[in-house]
Design a protein around this ligand. Structure first.
Ligand code: SAM
Ligand code: SF4
Length: 333
């Protein structure tokens, strides 16, 4: 039977953060220096992840997303994807900054990865560097090309627009996505952890839609697309043929009614909501059991407990300084 939460929502989507480490330092996600990484022995092993996912597989899990930190920094990721596919999970998605895709795209495809989302905030090297604190935009562009060459279709680009930094690039990002047949989604900045952009620097998605409406036709899609929180519109102009654009807004329009997900942090924290710091310590609980059968029983009980406590919606707000103390890279965005 499918797992259900306290609001009777079906939970069919598991997001797994494989590491808190990253080769970028995006301003909205983590500070530039003095990062303290989780010790490696505290991170869930592949065997533990396989055991946990085997329980979800029995409860009609439809999709897994591998995220982080930067998930491609986790050694053996292709092996993990194969293990999940062998458990009968047909949709396995990856969220990545694309830097390592030139190296991994082919192997990921062969291992059975089905979907890729790429963080992509700028087409200008200087702006890209300001946001990601990494110099190699070219490498990210190569990564996108490698993924397409490997056969990945409908690659999604996630863009966070920051006032005064990349808000002049909105139409350029739309044009780039349309030309390359990527699906662009604008993500509203979320007040999570201790990122360094805040309140006024966040551009509400309504403002982005307004700007696009001034530069072409922007029409809301009637039918829901995908399993996620994005709401889609179609943009077209004299130079851009009709192209879908997603808008993911935690603050200006709450998407919780359709929530279908649960998360596992790198250290095995079972987190029912991105914005709620309460976590069940799945790692400690399963390590305390001796047999696989007992470990699986504990996973099942713990998932039920976490879902019974899942709130109907998040309470993100810019009124307080931060809404969750953990940073996005340590939860798995
Ligand atoms: N490193 C990978 C990447 O960047 O795609 C995966 C992890 S990253 C935490 C996942 C997504 O979270 C990215 O698309 C990023 O733009 C988004 N993100 C990080 N911090 C955010 C914040 N404070 N508000 C909104 N989105 C954020
Ligand atoms: Fe790394 Fe992704 Fe966070 Fe950027 S958003 S610092 S790429 S984890």
């Amino acid at each position: 039977m499918t797992f259900r939460d306290a609001s009777d929502r079906e939970i069919t989507y598991l997001r797994i953060s494989l590491t808190d480490r990253c080769n970028f330092r995006c301003v909205y996600c983590m500070p530039d220096e003095n990062m303290e990484w989780i010790p490696r022995d505290e991170i869930l092993t592949f065997e533990e992840l396989e055991l946990i996912v085997s329980v979800f597989a029995k409860h009609n899990l439809k999709r897994i997303r591998l995220t982080g930190g930067e998930p491609l920094l986790r050694k053996g990721i292709c092996d993990l994807i194969r293990r999940f596919r062998n458990l009968g999970i047909d949709e396995i998605a990856l969220t990545t900054n694309a830097f390592l895709l030139p190296k991994f795209a082919d192997a990921l495809k062969k291992a059975g990865l089905t979907h890729i989302n790429v963080s992509f905030d700028s087409l200008e090297p200087d702006t890209f560097k300001k946001i990601s604190r990494n110099q190699k935009l070219d490498r990210v562009l190569d990564g996108l090309q490698s993924a397409q060459d490997a056969g990945f279709e409908n690659i999604k680009l996630n863009s966070v627009i920051i006032r005064g930094i990349n808000d002049h690039e909105i139409l350029n990002l739309v044009t780039f996505a349309a030309e390359r047949k990527h699906i662009l989604r604008f993500i509203e900045f979320m007040p999570i952890g201790l990122g360094t952009v805040w309140g006024d620097t966040s551009v509400p998605l309504g403002e982005i839609r307004q700007k696009l409406s001034e530069q072409g036709n922007l029409v809301p899609e009637k039918k829901k697309m995908g399993m996620g929180p994005a709401r889609y519109w179609t943009f077209s102009s004299n130079s851009i043929s009709p192209t879908p654009i997603g808008f993911i807004s935690a603050l200006s329009s709450c998407f919780c009614d359709d929530c279908n997900r649960i998360r596992i942090t790198p250290t095995g924290g079972l987190r029912a909501c991105l914005a709620d710091d309460r976590e069940e310590d799945l790692a400690t609980l399963i390590r305390a059991e001796k047999t696989d059968a007992d470990k699986k029983r504990v996973v099942e009980e713990t998932v039920h407990r976490a879902l019974a406590a899942k709130k109907p919606s998040h309470d993100f707000t810019f009124d307080e300084e931060v809404n969750t103390l953990k940073r996005m890279h340590a939860i798995g965005g």
